[in-house]
Design a protein around this ligand. Structure first.
Ligand code: FES
Length: 101
């Protein structure tokens, strides 16, 4: 059953700078974009590279290994949206970011 897990203090996450976390045993990339916070599984479905260090353009995250492009809002691979990486709901309470895992 999914539950809300605290990830980090909101002030540590910078706009447009993805940051990786291990939250309740899950590798998660948190991204603040236009003031919204997105959480994406930090494991590329192509060959399992972490997305850490990948380039972010608008809502598109490029895997640093082979440049596959994913929508951080849906986790979809842009070329073939059937292929997805999990994304998680987020919320901010009392200055903390929570992720639904
Ligand atoms: S492992 Fe991500 S594009 Fe290949």
């Amino acid at each position: 059953m999914a539950s809300w897990v605290v990830a980090t203090d909101e002030s540590t996450l910078k706009e447009g700078e993805p940051a990786d976390y291990e939250i309740a045993g899950e590798k998660v990339l948190l991204i603040k974009k236009n003031g919204e916070i997105f959480a994406i599984n930090n494991n590329c479905p192509h060959m399992n590279c972490p997305f850490t260090g990948g380039k972010l353009e608008d809502y598109t995250l490029f895997c640093p290994c082979h440049e596959w492009a994913f929508d951080i809002r849906t986790g979809e691979y842009l070329v073939a949206p059937r292929l997805k990486t999990p994304v998680y709901e987020t919320k901010v309470e009392d200055g903390n970011i929570f992720v639904l895992l």
